[in-house]
Write a protein that binds this ligand. Sequence first.
Ligand code: ADP
Length: 726
Amino acid sequence: MHSPPLLVQSYALVLVVHRTTLAITAASAQAEQHCGRSAQALLRRPLKELFPAKTIAQITAVPPSDTPSVVYLNDPAGWPAGDYQVVIYPLKDEFVLEVELRRKWSHVGDYASRLDGFTRELEAETTTSGLLQRLCDGLTEHLGYDRAITIQFDNLEHSVVTHESRKEGMPSMLDMRFVEEDIPEATRCRQLAETVLNFTDDNTPLHPVVGDVSDPAAEIIHLHVASRQPFVNSLRFLRDTGLSTLGYLSILIDGKLWGSCYMHSIEPLYLDYQMQSFLRVVGRLVQHKIAYHLYHSNLRNKQKAHAVRDNLHKEIIRAENLTEGLTAGPTTILDLIPEAKGAAVCSDDEMTILGETPTQEEINAVVGWVKGVIGEDKKWYTDQLATHFPPAQAYIKKAAGMVFLPLDHDANQWIVWFKPETVRTIVFGSTAPADNPRDRRYSERAVTTQRWSLPWREEEILAIRALRVFLQKVVLQRYSTTQRQNTLLREALDDLELFSYTIGHDLRAPLRGIASYADILQEDYNHLLDQEGQAFLNKIQQNAERMRIFMDDLLALNRIDRNKMVFNSLCVEQLVRRVLADLSSAKYSAATQCDIAQPLPDICGDCNYMIIVFTNLLSNAFKYSARAKEPRVEVSFTGEYRRGFPVFCVADNGIGIPQDQQARVFDLFTRSTNSEGYEGTGIGLALVQRIIRFHEGDIWLESEEGKGSRFYFYSGVRVGVHTGGR
Ligand code: ADP
């Protein structure tokens, strides 16, 4: 059985009736004023002593259900004269009955046609603001309230009056703000469970329900019966403001209390069951329309935010380091949150600042403090920083609101965004609770606030969260890319060490010996040799020279040192012209036409190494096209970007490379079978590939035997940065 007394208002008689015996088990204490018999006298009496048989038959026919039913009771015998109706809440074992006078709504007329007209007007509204205004107007017009207001909750559980309609003489409540205690959590929970209610305080005391009330019946009376005990705050509001009636309509979106419509009346205004149903229908319609508007505006905002986010993400991927990606490109973290006017990133112990922010020391201080207060989920934001952290008052113009986003577990890397102060005059609808509880709480007072920023909206917080998830992924990827590169480097270096040892110590000296003895032979003993001998000597010299070139190439390969590379922006056209000038003396390039297709974007790379790349690609192109009818070589920008870097092409119309050998031409000492009659060492492309890899780029080719080859490549580094070798 329910222990705390259940209290109800005087305007309806509440009865609990056993379903099978039809005996009255509980009745509200003011029964006498409704039916002429005291509550005590009604207990355990059969219902037929109170209602005619027809009404009882109608009541007992109602099966247990969640929805109440209504039956009419016209001028029952023994009752004060009048037409009544019984609202039946049918439970499994009992009925909760609420007997009320049927209202004569002279100003309402036919409420069904009013409902039809009103809902049509609401449906025609295309904005949430228009809809809420129409709602307020309609509730004063159709239900006779003196004032209707809508309130919306912000992220601090504060509520602000956003729309209002009022009869002449009623003071305005527009823009007034209520604090959490005015609509406390318990009230908000009840507003979730019962979305429509109307209290009338006629200064008569509340009445207990006497008798035995089972738990299910008590819950119905507590939550759903219209004459139940009003909220304490609502009563206080009525008394403080000289009103007698307060109604509400909850606006629920996604199961949460998004806002409410409150209705006020100076004279007692009692809503019967039908009028409450009217309100419920209106409420549902308004809710659906708002949800629909919200969905669409969220969608639009999301699309905009996505575009910004995508750009930012691309920049982060392209950038050499986190700070550069977040702050240096055309889209920065400030674009992610347009209402934020300043931001700071801390990565690798270095802070980078964007826009209007406090000083670095001030940011360090506030971040130090935030790190101490953040909870497990580590996100932290406020639109009144100075309230939580008083030193922030000194820079409130730049940072009245702040979001802190840690990027790693220990919050050593982080991002903060700041919103500036927005000076707003806020009229609070209530004063802080005074010591004397009889003081008027609900009296206006104006407060000019200077401590607030615009609130952090849900989509902003979501965007920030999404960024964090993305960053975590990127950092992981980077880590694995770096590892992969390190492995490649190590392999390459191991190869090279072996070669450099062999070439430097074992081969170069004897080769030099062969060459110089051949020279001596030629100078001093040439006359002793016959023609054939001289030809052999010549061959020795030529081969020694070839071998020297071969070793020089190998050593060039060995000397590629990532640590010594300096990456600058390079003009590709100049680079190519310089290489062509150097190659012009070579025998095969003179007769070949070489086009430089304009425009060529700049490239980032180490100048000397990029010269080696172009020298090798161009000399190959000249060499392997030299025997074509009209040899042609072209350097161009393909128009394509890989990972954001321009892809270049060196093309020729020479002998091409057989399909099955194309993948291997970048391997050391590997030559295609159709290049036999051409000089070469099989080292150049290996060298080029290695340089390009050290530039974090890639090289590949397209070729058709007999038709020509196209070598594509890009450099994947940025100006001024080098990531170090081993
Ligand atoms: P090489 O000194 O032999 O030219 P590279 O390493 O520069 O050595 O090239 C490797 C092989 O790739 C060459 O031997 C040749 O078979 C093929 N190759 C390179 N560039 C071209 C090209 N432009 N046209 C046809 N084949 C080419």
